[in-house]
Design a protein around this ligand. Structure first.
Ligand code: HSE
Length: 404
């Protein structure tokens, strides 16, 4: 029997207990692992809940109990989650988590600590919720050189953009509605400013490229500036707008960025709608692969955490290793990366020569919006775009265009 402690009986924690208990027999049959939740750590009590008998308020009870072999950290945030994870690993217990903030910030150190103590630090649920992506990167795709990861990694922003596109609504109105319905956090900053997607692409890139990608080095833009006018142009171009978390490798050079992109109908990411997530991976032998599914939600996330618990239980005393070295991966400056840009300017298309003189050949887009027009530039570097845009008066908005 493998005894487990769950830190935090919130949405994900209660889901993990549910998965382990509901699917106990099928897990046992498939894997031979007999999982039991011995303790749940929470500040609160849960009278009437069958878990109440196993609630503890003191972490020492868990960390000092030699029967506990796996700790599930689903508290979120950095502290006390970091301290608790370190203490568990130092005691030779494996830790499984959905805590993307902690993995992005301290994942390197926690994996090293796990290795030193013959334990595992696993985090499948930290990216893409229930979508298996960490394990494929760690195991199934090790024969490949991964050279691109592009993800729709944040369900909240994908829900907001999908609503704006389907219903022609403004960002603020959709956000307010999403908050009222519980789809968006009351403090949605980490989602809408792109920070959540940034942490997730840092985690995926560290695994795929083998060195620590520091999320604070990643150029990040959120979706707060996207307006219903942008959406009208996107529709006129038969494209959609997605918040993409992108990273690529060429030789030793890695670049990463998070920003809203116009995505073409032919692109596999085009039809990833609502709260769904998708991760597109390109490998030098594999070619294209896409992982798609529920990027959040109690049961989907809990299912990914529980799968980690099973894996940790299967390798007790040795631990899972990954190709995520502590050495820092330097990131290429995004200003040297090329793409076409979509730009909105005041005036009308008869004044296009003015813009052509600045940007070179452009393709005008007419979305029927009064007092302005839009155009697509040829592919150019971010630095070239910035330098040209500084010569143009009153640019209303710019959105990058994803090229496949
Ligand atoms: N806030 C996250 C999202 C939750 O919207 O995708 C899952 O990590």
């Amino acid at each position: 029997m493998v005894q487990v402690a769950v830190l935090g009986y919130g949405t994900v924690g209660s889901g993990v207990v549910k998965v382990i208990e509901t699917n106990h027999d099928s897990i046992m049959e498939k894997t031979g692992v007999d999982l039991r939740v011995k303790y749940v750590l929470d500040l609160r009590d849960f009278p009437g809940d069958p878990i109440q008998e196993r609630i503890v308020h003191d972490y020492d009870v868990i960390v000092n109990d030699p029967e506990i072999r796996v700790v599930v950290e689903v508290m979120g945030g950095t502290e006390p989650a970091f301290t608790f994870s370190k203490r568990a690993l130092e005691a030779g217990k494996s830790v499984c988590t959905s805590n993307k903030e902690l993995v992005a910030r301290h994942g390197t150190q926690l994996q090293q600590l796990a290795h030193e103590n013959h334990a595992s630090y696993l985090f499948e649920a930290s990216c893409g919720g229930g979508i298996p992506i960490i394990r494929p990167l760690r195991t199934s795709l090790t024969a490949d050189v991964i050279d691109e990861i592009t993800g729709i990694l944040n369900g909240t922003t994908n829900y907001i953009l999908t609503k704006m596109i389907d219903e022609g609504l403004e960002f603020d109105d959709v956000l307010r509605d999403a908050q009222q319905k519980g789809y968006a956090e009351r403090n949605p900053e980490a989602d809408i400013e792109g920070h959540d997607a940034c942490r997730k692409i840092a985690i995926l890139s560290s695994l795929a490229y083998g060195k620590r990608v520091d999320f604070t080095d990643i150029y990040t833009e959120g979706i707060t500036k996207i307006s219903s006018a942008d959406i009208k142009y996107a529709r006129a171009m038969e494209k959609t707008i997605k918040l993409l978390a992108y990273s690529s490798r060429e030789g030793d050079e890695v670049m990463a960025m998070v920003a809203p992109y116009l995505v073409d109908k032919e692109d596999p990411l085009y039809s990833v709608s609502g709260v769904f997530n998708a991760i597109f991976v390109h490998g030098n032998m594999l070619g294209d692969a896409m992982f798609y599914g529920q990027g959040a939600g109690r049961d989907a996330t809990a299912s990914a955490v529980a799968a980690d618990v099973i894996e940790a239980a299967q390798v007790l005393g040795t631990g899972v290793v990954s190709d995520w070295k502590p050495e820092k991966q330097l990131l290429k400056d995004v200003s040297n990366t090329r793409k076409p840009f979509f730009v909105r300017v005041p005036g009308d298309a008869s004044q296009r020569q003015e813009m052509e003189a600045i940007f070179g050949p452009i393709e005008v887009v007419d979305a029927g919006v009064d007092g302005e027009y839009g155009f697509i530039t040829e592919s150019m570097t971010e630095a070239e775009y910035e330098s040209r845009a500084s010569q143009a008066e009153g640019i209303l908005s710019m959105i990058r265009i994803r090229e496949k």
